[in-house]
Structure formats: C-alpha cells, structure tokens
Design a protein around this ligand. Structure first.
Ligand SMILES: *[C@@H]1O[C@H](CO)[C@@H](O)[C@H](O)[C@H]1NC(C)=O
Ligand SMILES: *[C@@H]1O[C@H](CO)[C@@H](O)[C@H](O)[C@H]1NC(C)=O
Length: 409
C-alpha cells in the first residue's frame, strides 16, 4: 500500500511538473524577438553570423595579467535583438576555436565568477590552481572561463584607451550583476541581465559544432559570485546549445545570502526581507527583460531546484563574516555560517513536506570534516570545509571544491 501511494504521488507530481514546464515554455514563446539588424560593430570580426564568439581585446582593457590565461572579449547578440555587446573574460591561453585538435580535448567548461570586488584575474587563478591538482588528462579536458562583470568603479580599467563611452562593453550598476540585474551601460541597450551572459556563454561552450566533446558545463562562483551562481541555479535558463547533450551543474560557494522560497526567516524580521534577491516577492520587477523569469511560478523553480537540477553548496566552516549586514540579510542569520545552516533547514523542510517520495540517487562526499555536513537535500548537495574562513582560493581548491567543480556532474 505504501509503495502504491508513493507511486501515485510520483505520478501526480510528474503531472504537475509537466504542466509547469509547458506553462513556463509558453511564457518563453510569448517573449517578443525583434528582427536582427546587421551589425556595424567594429568589435565583431566576420559579421553577424559568427556570433557569439571570443574575440581579441582591441580595447586595451587594463586588466591584470594572470599566468596561463588571456583576456578576450565575449561578443554576442543580446535577446533584445539590438547591437552586439561584449563582456571581457579570462580564458585559458591555449583556448582558440580554430585549434581543432586542442579544442577536441575539452570535455568540461567551467564558468567561474569572481566576488564583489570584481577581480576576475584572482578568480581565474583560484580555479586554475585547483585544476592543477587533478590528474593530467583531466586538466587537459577542462577549459576555465571567468566573465568579468564591471561596474562604474572600474572606469580606470575599461577606459584604458582614454575616457569616453564604453562602446558596447557591458557595465552594471553597483552589485547588480551579482543578482541577475540588467546592465547600466551601454545606454543604447540596458536589457542584458547577467543571467543572459551566463546563458549565452553556456550555449556557446556546448555548441557541438565548435566543441564536439564537451559533456558538461559547471557554473561556479565564490562570495558574490556564489550569490550569482545560486540565484542563477534557481532562476536561470542554463540550457546547453541546441543539439548538445551536455549536462549542467552549479557550484555555489560562500554566498552571503540565499534566495528563499517562502517568507519565513529565523533571524529578526524586517520589511522587504522576502523581496528579491532575498525572496520571491517582486521578482518580475527585478527581471524586466529576462524571459524565463517573467511571470513564471515560484513552485516551478522550487521543484526544479530541489529535484531536477544538479546544485552543490559549499561553505567554509569558519566563515563568520556577514558580507551583507542589511536587515534583509540579518533576517537570514547573523553571519555566513548561520545563514547557510538556516537556509539548509529551509530547504530540508520543503523537501520533507513537499517531495518526500522522490528518489535520491546522489551521494554527498564522505570525508569532509565537519559536524555540519556533508549531506544532501533533495538533489542539492552540501559540503562544509572545516578550518577555512572567507577565502576563495582555499574553498575552490578544497577537496569538495575540486570534486564538485571539476569532476561531478
Ligand atoms: C561597484 O561595486 C563596489 C563593491 O560593491 C561598490 O562599493 C561600488 O560603489 C560600485 N560602484 C558603482 C559605481 O556602482
Ligand atoms: C579525503 O580523502 C582524500 C583521498 O583519500 C584525502 O586526500 C583527503 O585528505 C581527505 N580529506 C579530508 C578533509 O579528510
């Protein structure tokens, strides 16, 4: 009888889910796509048919050099249909789609995001140093891409060739890039969510014509990059290229706050604490253009995140900083460690009450050393790294960091 009941529950759930998916797809189709004007853009070689693409940095961005990496511009046509835009990125020095032999070794693309101070160079080095601890064949099979999200305080870097407009270079307001907000510059098109950058990078890096052996894409990030990855893992489209069978995973490391699925909080309550990016209130207002978020249902995201997507949370056991001390963040807990624990309790409660019957094939790592983990909540794994405070290099290079980013699907 129990078996029969859980069978019925599974079918009911699948039914509800299929319905949600088709509703979300309907919303997606409703999004109006403008016709695509031919580009006059000087940063795009070969014209509109070659986008998206990584192109050489002809702007002389004053970004710090990192051994093993080069800075390129990732150029793409935004969904607005307006002129192409570019976002700089640190990529492996050898990365060149024309080098077919080398490209055929790539099995995994890691899109890793920097923290609040927008130090893509340091984030790339963290990921590359962690990769260097893997066996040689695996090292060769991974390309690391770190998009550089600028805000207005980076003028000295992006105005390397002198003051003036940013051209088609994407720049965000404040920390907006860390929660999927649209860009602030160029003024001619302020429709580009940082989620759209991640989507486009993911589709490009899984394009079977360009990267025939890519099997997996990992989105990861530390600190504010972790916050971006976390929101993206819940709300982002993150679909691989058409015709690709690549799988996708998300590795969120040391976020200051998380996105709650309900309004309850363990810390001191405060007005607005359930508004995005902390909760689902006013989601549409925060995503004026990102089509897969517009109008979709919270239940859809909750189910997808906890049961279908492959998400990994990694937390530093000594991370007692706050990162965000505003009351909306304090409502989630007093520091990063407590906020992480409270958020896991929140997720566990949802799984226990809403989806207790689904299979749990994934296993947490069994040798991270902390009383608070590792464990699994729905399809989300949680690892704690003992003895580490807020430190991207130590976290990305830790055993769970390496395992989740470079090895797991
Ligand atoms: C850029 O981000 C930093 C870090 O959050 C912030 O202090 C600064 O005000 C931001 N600058 C602009 C112009 O948005
Ligand atoms: C976990 O196991 C690996 C491999 O046996 C070992 O190298 C590592 O030190 C262990 N990590 C911890 C935190 O115990």
């Amino acid at each position: 009888m129990r078996f029969f009941c859980s069978l019925v529950a599974t079918f009911l759930c699948l039914f509800a889910y299929t319905d949600m998916v088709s509703r979300a797809a309907g919303i997606h189709k409703m999004h109006i796509r403008h016709s695509r004007p031919r580009s006059q853009n000087p940063f795009v070689p070969g014209g509109p048919d070659t986008l998206p693409a990584f192109v050489d940095d002809d702007r002389n961005l004053k970004l710090p050099a990192v051994a093993g990496a080069k800075v390129q511009l990732f150029a793409f046509r935004p969904q607005s249909g307006l002129e192409p835009v570019v976002v700089p990125a640190y990529v492996d020095e050898w990365f060149d789609v024309a080098d077919i032999d080398r490209i055929r070794d790539i099995k995994r693309a890691v899109v890793h995001t920097h923290g609040q101070i927008r130090d893509g160079w340091a984030a790339w080095k963290d990921a590359a140093d962690a990769r260097a601890k893997l066996d040689e064949a695996t090292q060769r099979s991974v390309v690391i891409v770190v998009p550089q999200f600028f805000n207005g305080s980076d003028k000295d870097i992006y105005h390397g060739t002198g003051p003036g407009s940013t051209g088609n270079l994407l720049v965000w307001d404040l920390n907006g890039w860390g929660e999927g907000a649209v860009n602030q510059l160029p003024e001619s098109d302020t429709s580009v969510s940082s989620f759209e950058v991640l989507d486009t990078l993911g589709r490009y890096l899984t394009d079977p014509d360009l990267f025939p052996r890519v099997e997996h894409i990992t989105y990861s990030g530390h600190s504010l990059g972790g916050q971006l990855t976390h929101r993206y893992s819940i709300l982002g489209d993150a679909e691989p290229a058409h015709g690709s069978t690549a799988t996708v995973s998300f590795v969120t490391i040391d976020p200051a706050t998380s996105l709650y699925f309900s309004a309850e909080r363990k810390g001191p309550p405060c007005a607005g604490m359930n508004e995005y990016k902390y909760g689902f209130d006013k989601l549409d207002e925060h995503f004026p253009t990102y089509s897969t978020v517009r109008g979709a249902l919270r239940d859809f995201y909750q189910f997808r995140y906890l049961n279908q997507r492959s998400s990994h949370l990694i937390h530093a056991g000594n991370d007692h900083g706050q990162g965000d001390s505003r009351c909306w963040a304090m409502a989630q807990g007093k520091d990063r460690v407590e906020r992480a624990q409270n958020y896991h309790d929140h997720l566990r409660q949802i799984v226990d009450t809403m989806y207790p019957f689904l299979p749990r094939p994934r296993e947490p790592l069994d040798n991270t050393t902390d009383t608070k983990g590792p464990y699994q909540i729905g399809q989300v794994t949680v690892d704690w790294v003992a003895g580490v405070a807020h430190n991207g290099a130590a976290m990305v290079g830790s055993l769970p960091g390496r395992q989740r980013i470079f090895l797991d699907n």
